[in-house]
Write a protein that binds this ligand. Structure first.
Ligand code: NAI
Ligand SMILES: CC1=C(/C=C/C(C)=C/C=C/C(C)=C/C=C/C=C(C)/C=C/C=C(C)/C=C/C=C(\C)C(=O)O)C(C)(C)CCC1
Length: 531
């Protein structure tokens, strides 16, 4: 049941105030107050409590916008964000600490120069979110921006209008309103925001809009993190446990009604396994929805009539056969979890990103064929899933790339909030979540510090150049390859000497341990002989 709370009507931010909002956020960054770790931690703690205190409003808004159940709203939005806050709070000091650079990155000769990497906030960020996880997908990047010491303007999706309004109040009432602001609106407001100068843009949404954002950002050479969609394949070989595969993939397409960027678009399955797999899908459906999917309080609805029509069109245009589901009701924006048996990559079910509770089943005669099909449908999807023997799963991982992957399950790799998450190629640039979110808004600034007294040691670099000094330096510090022009390793004197002196160990630590064991054994042997 949605909690009884009042959520204001959606109101877009006035276009003419957007430049001032951006300028104020930039001004706040220039005060340097956001760089203080103490200040960042206070903001993160405030955000944690804001999400907890606005829990009822968030759950009600998610119910209103997406008919998301309270269960899913807590699991994948409210608790998810709170856990992310707690993780950042617990680890921020470690993440933000200067990283000392020593050997082998910095040669011992330059150890005096105290090389280190300083973790600097990039500045002022723009965070643009999608509708499917309207809370999580703007607050998680915001946690990254706060942790890094950035100021930020957040633009939630206008397609989840109630969530957008709750987010505005939650952020602006509870956090430092000079540093963190929510701009509400759609294309005109986002376009106005894109006219401003940002130090980082974090965009989650469709590849089509992602490309508009990236093009605009390129004009001012603004770095972007893009979290986009994809046509994600699932592979099922004849060695898979079909019952488990069916149940797990059904979860992947029913959680948030399949409006999950990493859920499977299509399943490439060994053709002999198709009839049994369809039976197991139906079994999983009946278990999950004993009174039918429509009657279930757990199943979310499609976000709006436009997306409903988009998904319906995929089903209307398919030449395939519906083997599970197929019912829909526009008045409720309800689409039943639906599986369609297809035979061509030109089918609407294979061409489009489903981003809903529908998916294609494409029979194949071999894993070779499955890999060819998947690579031709979308070479760089956001996710892939493989259900097969260990060797087959490894082969799928080796022969097809993806942003992330889960073996023997739907997107577990994306179900843990602390693990880096992102796409590859046209399914996304950059990763976020946990420490990755901190890194996303951080500049790794290399710093060296040359002691004033050390100038004599640096004589070699100064003009007039002195060949004698250069030769000496090259003799003392120059390195030699241990390989020849054919790429083969040369086992010369150095190789055998280090093998002998290191007692066969690879690193200094290993050699030290081996010598310790040898010396201790020798000592014990001598002591034993004395008695
Ligand atoms: N990789 C990831 O983490 C995720 C990716 N997605 C992808 O997002 C898509 C669904 O989300 P939607 O909200 O429909 O995405 P969308 O791309 O339509 O909208 C995302 C944001 O961009 C703004 N926007 C839309 N058109 C714009 C334009 N012409 N110029 C400037 N801004 C514009 C919207 O107001 C919204 O805030 C799917 O393709 C899905 O795969 C969704 C969730 C997570
Ligand atoms: C607790 C004890 C035990 C073990 C318990 C176990 C194994 C619990 C397992 C829990 C699972 C599987 C939870 C799954 C949660 C899934 C989540 C939160 C999914 C989230 C998905 C999201 C956020 C999707 C995002 C989508 C995005 C970003 C998108 O569209 O792009 C033992 C070991 C049994 C015993 C002791 C107690």
């Amino acid at each position: 049941m949605a909690p009884n709370v009042t959520i204001p009507e959606f109101q877009a931010t006035q276009l003419d105030v957007i430049p001032a909002i951006a300028s104020n956020a930039r001004g706040t960054f220039r005060t340097h107050k956001t760089k203080s770790l103490k200040w960042r931690l206070v903001q993160l703690r405030k955000l944690y409590w804001a999400v907890e205190d606005y829990k009822n409003e968030l759950v009600a808004a998610l119910q209103k916008d997406l008919h998301k159940s309270e269960f899913e709203s807590l699991l994948s939005e409210v608790d998810w964000v709170k856990n992310d806050c707690l993780f950042a709070i617990a680890h921020l000091e470690t993440w933000a600490k200067d990283e000392k650079l020593g050997a082998p990155v910095v040669p011992a000769t330059f150890s005096l120069m105290k090389f280190r990497i300083r973790k600097e906030p990039l500045g002022t960020a723009l965070i643009i979110g999608p509708y499917n996880y309207p809370v999580q997908l703007v607050l998680v990047p915001l946690i990254g921006a706060i942790s890094a010491g950035c100021t930020a303007v957040v633009k939630p999706s206008e397609l989840a209008p109630s969530c957008a309004m709750v987010l505005k109040e939650l952020v602006e009432k509870r956090l430092d309103a000079n540093a963190y602001v929510v701009v509400n609106g759609g294309v005109p407001e986002t376009t106005a925001l894109m006219e401003e100068k940002w130090d980082k843009i974090f965009f989650t949404g469709s590849a089509q809009v992602g490309s508009i954002i990236a093009r605009k950002a390129a004009e001012t050479l603004t770095p972007v993190c893009l979290e986009l969609g994809g046509k994600n394949p699932a592979f099922i070989t004849k060695n898979a446990n079909l019952k488990i595969a069916a149940r797990r993939l059904m979860w992947g397409k029913t959680f948030n009604s399949g409006q999950v960027c990493m859920s499977q678009n299509y399943i490439l399955i060994d053709r002999d396994s198709v009839p049994a797999f369809i039976e197991y899908l139906k079994e999983a459906y009946a278990e999950m929805f004993p009174n039918g999917a429509k009657a279930s309080p757990d199943l979310a609805r499609i976000v709006n009539p436009r997306h409903f029509a988009r998904i319906k069109k995929m089903l209307d245009e398919t030449k395939g056969k519906i083997v599970m589901g197929g019912q829909m009701d526009e008045s409720e924006l309800y689409i039943e979890p639906t599986a369609v048996l297809v035979s061509s990559t030109d089918d609407s079910m294979m061409r489009e990103e489903s981003f809903g509770p529908i998916f294609a089943i494409y029979p194949v005669h071999s894993l070779d064929q499955a890999l060819n099909v998947a690579n031709s449908v979308h070479r760089t999807p956001l996710a892939l899933f493989s259900f097969g023997s260990k060797a087959e799963n490894q082969r799928v991982l080796n022969e097809m790339t993806s942003g992330g992957a889960t073996l023997n399950d739907a997107y577990f790799h994306g179900s843990v909030n602390t693990v880096p998450f992102g796409g590859v190629g046209d399914s996304g640039w950059g990763v976020s979540r946990g420490k990755a979110s901190f890194d996303c808004f951080t500049h790794a600034r290399t710093i060296a510090e040359t002691p004033t007294w050390a100038d004599a040691l640096l004589r070699v670099r100064y003009m007039p150049y002195d060949w004698g000094r250069l030769k000496l330096m090259r003799r003392l510090t120059g390195q030699k390859p241990d390989f020849d022009r054919n790429g083969a390793v040369v086992k010369g004197f150095g190789y055998w000497a280090s093998l002998f002196l290191g007692l066969g160990a690879k690193g200094v630590k290993g050699a030290f341990l081996r010598w310790l064991v040898v010396l201790a054994s020798g000592y014990l042997w001598v002591e034993k002989r004395k008695v």
